[in-house]
Ligand binder design. Structure first.
Ligand SMILES: C[S@@+](CC[C@H](N)C(=O)[O-])C[C@H]1O[C@@H](n2cnc3c(N)ncnc32)[C@H](O)[C@@H]1O
Length: 252
């Protein structure tokens, strides 16, 4: 089935499409204290909640990029309902192909839960760093290993061990790239459970409401596999954190 249809169905009930609680994320946003008119880029912006929330809080000017036509439609709807007069641009495209206008730099760049766009965490750091103003901020949401992953988990999920790092290593990678990590926000079991189990619920709701969709068999197989991976291994193996890095204007 179409992958974006799959994510649209599984994330129907989500406001934030990553394993962080909305309340904790809002706490982080309110700490940012950005000046009105500041420029924000969100690569893989999902349903747009982070950008819209920042526009409500700080009247920022923003760009959101996402490859999913379903999510960009959700972003447009949310923008029209909550911040109709804001300066927020939404682009349906591959984030890897996005280039800012010549000489355009952002006060804040974000990529939350989509480092695969830049082939991993270090690639994401490098890509966002290039688009961030000196003294600007970079926010990245990324998984990390809580413990050595079981071989069965790697086999079942198709995740490669090298795909993720430890929490320490995620911060170290950013710092070795010349950034400083100034804040982290880690998910707990409640946050993860909310993110994962809401996908089960949305999927079963969809199948109930659309019993004749020819994709239902594949949909059910996929969600049941994801459910087993999470329950048997993922819940105790994979962590998730949002890292806030500062790009300095000069070396100190
Ligand atoms: C885990 S979700 C995170 C969404 C959002 N950042 C949030 O935290 O709510 C991953 C997002 O990456 C998007 N995505 C996947 N591949 C992409 C690509 N190549 N370019 C841009 N967006 C992509 C998906 O459509 C989805 O919205």
């Amino acid at each position: 089935m179409d992958i974006w249809k799959y994510f649209d169905i599984t994330h129907k009930k989500h406001i934030i499409c990553n394993p962080m609680s909305e309340v904790k994320l809002n706490g982080l946003f309110s700490l940012l204290n950005i000046k009105p008119g500041s420029k924000v880029l969100d690569v893989a912006c999902g349903k747009g909640e982070p950008l819209v929330r920042l526009a409500e809080l700080f009247n920022i000017s923003g760009t959101g990029v996402d490859i999913s036509p379903y999510f960009i439609k959700d972003c447009e709807k949310k923008k029209n309902e909550r911040i109709p007069n804001s300066d927020i641009k939404l682009l349906e495209m591959d984030g890897a192909k996005y280039r800012p206008e010549i000489n355009e730099l952002f006060d804040l760049t974000m990529c939350i839960g989509a480092s695969f766009v830049y082939n991993g965490f270090i690639g994401t750091i490098k890509a966002l760093k290039k688009m961030t103003k000196p003294n600007g901020l970079i926010i990245i949401g990324e998984p990390y290993w809580l413990k050595e992953p079981d071989g069965e988990y790697l086999k079942m999920s198709g995740i490669k061990k090298e795909e993720y790092n430890s929490h320490y290593k995620n911060i170290d990678i950013g710092e070795k790239e010349g950034l400083n990590c100034i804040y982290t926000l880690a998910s707990n079991h409640d946050d993860w459970d909310h993110y994962e189990t809401l996908q089960w619920w949305s999927t079963y709701d969809y199948i109930t409401a659309n019993p004749n969709d020819p994709d239902n068999y594949e949909l059910l197989n996929k969600i049941n596999k994801a459910k087993m991976e999470y329950l048997l291994y993922g819940r105790d193996t994979l962590g998730w954190a949002i890292y806030v890095f500062k790009r300095w204007s000069r070396s100190i």
